[in-house]
Structures are given as structure tokens and as C-alpha cells.
Design a protein around this ligand. Structure first.
Ligand SMILES: *Cc1c(COP(=O)(O)O)cnc(C)c1O
Length: 394
């Protein structure tokens, strides 16, 4: 008999009732060190006092207000994002997928508005993940996500991740946009080298194609810059943000330049809940903390510390791990043993990690995690790796 929850997830036998900073707590009080952060969502940890206050203050004032009216909390957040980034304008969504949906619509509308309505092709990359809507799975292409859901939205071309020559050969005056994650998350914590992002920007400039960056997972301070593309010194035309933006409250955003947004006039797009006062109030509080250079410097410092300890872990367990990769506090451990076994061994050692493609486990702790907690995390991963090796020997 089908479960009362549609069984699209293989759920671990863990059940959390409370969160506290970098910790998740079961009903019986058992504490797990959370290196998943709800897949890079709880960027400031669980139950951060400033976020709890922002949410409860707003909840006492106004929960919902249609986008038919001015929404002060939304205006404030939009101004913060515009101030802190390349963007001139923002549309708020409830998720990363909805931001991807709008990114694709905006790129096509841009060319329609410029009198070239057949310029609709979008170049995406192997291993990409942009969400689960029909447009987003067409951009993603993997058989697991698209099988049985056809016909897929046409107009997508897929190239090997980071292959500049393939991109040069494929991009043309038919290309509406190129969409890429500066650091692939689901794809296995794969960092697009700065030179590739610069080269991609150059090819977009040469051809006029819009550059869409999906920073849903790698944005909001995750790599030690507010947005990952800042490392390469280039800016996109359109960018998707979600996950860390609300620190756990569902909100996403689509950021764009004035030029890229030119087709999106009144009536061309909308959302009932997008830009809801509750989500905007929380995300404003997140921005107040994360968009601060001192906070980001701390993320970079902790990244260095964590990486160094993880390199030691890899060296101590060559039968389990082969390398560390990633950027900031978006790190991956390349595994020798099956990654899902290591994630399960982590549960037994009370540390939460998340599997990704290419047999990697993802380490995406709260950006507020302490040095002591990072050391504890490595000790627990060490215990998990030791348990894997002993299980193999037995
Ligand atoms: C999670 C994710 C999405 C989809 O976001 P949802 O909020 O789950 O819809 C899109 N792109 C990337 C890179 C993601 O990591």
C-alpha cells in the first residue's frame, strides 16, 4: 500500500523535532551534528535568534499580502539584494525551481522583446541541477529526473561541464542564454574554475547570449563570498537564489539586470506567495548578517580550517575517502567506499552528511558553525570511516 506521503524520497530512519545552531535533535534528546543544513538551507543554523525574531515579529503584524499592493518587507529585501549585487531588479519566488522557471522565461522574453522571438535556445551543462519543474528537468536532462515525464520542453542543448571549446562551438546567434551553477551541488560539488566562468562571460558577450547563474545552492555566503561568481570577478545577467536566502523559511529570488529584464512588463509573470511578508522579513534578517564582509571572512577562515582537517581525514582513511573538493563551506569528500554507506555510517556516529553524484558526500554546515564543532565533525566522520573499514573486514 502506498504511504500517506508520496514515496518520492528514500527517507533515512531519523526524525528530528528540534534544531539548535549546527545541531539537530531527536525526540529522545539525541543530538546529531548537522553538516547538511537541509541541503545548504539553514545557512545561519537552526533557530538563529535574529531569524526567529524577524519571523515572529512579522507574524504578529501581517502574514500575507497580495502582490497587487506594496509590500514593505519585500521592498526592503529587494533593495538589499540590489545594493549587494550586480542586479537592478528582483522577483521573489517560493523556491529555487520557480526562480529557474522565471530565468528561462525571462531569457526567452528578452529576445522576443528585442524582435528576435525565435532566439530561444538555452545551453545547459551535464550534471546540472536546476529543479524539478518541467522546464527545469529539461535543463537538467538526467534520465532519473526526466524519464517518463516527456515530452520535455524543447530548446535545450547540453554540454560537458566546464568544456570551453564545446561551448565556443555550440553558442551562436540562436542561443538565448547559457545557464550554469558556479559550483554544482547535486552534481557532486564541482567548482567551475574562475577561468571557465570568465570565458563563459566572454562568449556570452561576443554573441549577446544572456548568462544565467544558478546560485541556489552555492550563493548566500556558502563559498565565502556573498555569491560564488564574485570569485571570478564577473557578473551574470540573471541569477537564481533560494536555499540559504530564507535560512529555512521557503523563499527564492530571481535577480536580473535592467537590460535582461526588459521583456518582463506588468502581466508577464506573477506568484501568489512570492515575496510574502514572512519570507521577506526572514530573508532580510539573513542578508543583514550574511552580506557583511566580516561574516564572509569568517566563512573563508573556517573553510581553511575545515579543509585542512578533512585532508587529514582523507589521508588517514585512503580506503574510504580519496580527496576533498569544493569551495568555502560547500565541500565534498570524494569517496572510495559507496557514498551512501558512508552517509549511513555517519548517522550511526551522529553526524549528518548528504550524498551527491560522482560518489561524493556533501558537507554544507551552517555558516555559523564553530571551530570546536568543525573539529567534532571531523572526529565523527573519522569514527564513521573507521566503522566502514571494520564492517568491510568483518
Ligand atoms: C536545490 C536547487 C534547485 C531547486 O531549488 P528548490 O528550492 O528545491 O526548488 C535549483 N538549483 C540548484 C543549484 C539547487 O541546488
Amino acid at each position: 500500500m502506498i504511504s500517506s506521503i508520496l514515496p518520492t524520497y528514500n527517507r533515512a530512519p531519523l526524525s528530528f523535532e528540534k534544531g539548535d545552531g549546527a545541531w539537530l535533535i531527536e525526540a529522545d534528546g539525541t543530538r546529531y551534528l548537522d553538516l547538511g543544513a537541509g541541503i545548504a538551507v539553514t545557512a545561519l543554523g537552526h533557530a538563529h535568534p535574529a531569524l526567529v525574531k524577524a519571523l515572529t515579529d512579522q507574524a504578529g503584524a501581517l502574514w500575507h499580502c497580495s502582490n497587487l499592493y506594496q509590500i514593505p518587507a519585500q521592498q526592503k529585501l529587494a533593495d538589499q539584494l540590489v545594493e549587494a549585487t550586480f542586479a537592478d531588479t528582483v522577483f521573489f519566488t517560493n523556491s529555487g525551481t520557480e526562480a529557474a522557471e522565471l530565468a528561462i522565461k525571462m531569457a526567452r522574453k528578452y529576445w522576443a522583446a528585442k524582435g528576435d522571438p525565435d532566439r530561444v535556445e538555452i545551453i545547459a551543462f551535464d550534471g546540472a541541477f536546476h529543479g524539478r519543474s518541467t522546464a527545469a528537468i529539461a535543463a537538467t536532462r538526467s534520465e532519473k529526473m526526466t524519464g517518463g515525464f516527456g515530452p520535455l520542453l524543447p530548446g535545450f542543448t547540453h554540454l560537458p561541464f566546464g568544456d570551453h571549446d564545446a561551448l565556443r562551438a555550440a553558442i551562436s546567434d540562436r542561443t538565448a542564454a547559457v545557464i550554469v551553477e558556479p559550483v554544482q551541488g547535486e552534481g557532486g560539488i564541482k567548482v567551475l574554475p574562475d577561468a571557465c566562468l570568465k570565458g563563459l562571460r566572454d562568449l556570452c558577450d561576443e554573441t549577446g547570449a544572456l548568462m544565467i547563474l544558478d546560485e541556489v545552492q552555492c550563493g548566500m555566503g556558502r563559498t565565502g563570498r556573498l555569491f560564488a561568481h564574485e570569485w571570478a570577478g564577473v557578473t551574470p545577467d540573471i541569477m537564481m537564489v533560494a536555499k540559504g536566502l530564507g535560512g529555512g523559511f521557503p523563499i527564492g529570488a530571481l535577480l536580473a539586470t535592467e537590460d535582461a529584464a526588459q521583456g518582463m512588463v506588468a502581466g508577464t509573470h506573477g506568484s501568489t506567495y512570492g515575496g510574502n511578508p514572512l519570507g521577506c522579513a526572514v530573508a532580510s534578517a539573513v542578508m543583514d548578517i550574511v552580506a557583511d564582509e566580516e561574516f564572509l571572512a569568517e566563512v573563508r577562515r573556517k573553510s581553511g580550517l575545515f579543509r585542512q582537517k578533512l585532508e587529514g581525514l582523507v589521508a588517514a582513511h585512503p580506503d574510504v575517502f580519496s580527496a576533498v573538493r569544493g569551495s568555502g563551506l560547500m565541500l565534498g569528500l570524494e569517496c572510495v567506499a559507496p557514498n551512501t554507506d558512508i552517509v549511513a555510517a555517519g548517522y550511526a556516529a551522529h553526524v549528518i552528511t548528504v550524498p551527491a553524484a560522482e560518489n561524493v558526500i556533501r558537507l554544507l554546515p551552517a555558516l555559523t558553525i564553530t571551530d570546536a564543532e568543525l573539529a567534532e565533525a571531523v572526529d565523527r566522520l573519522d569514527a564513521a570511516a573507521t566503522a566502514i573499514v571494520s564492517a568491510d573486514a568483518a
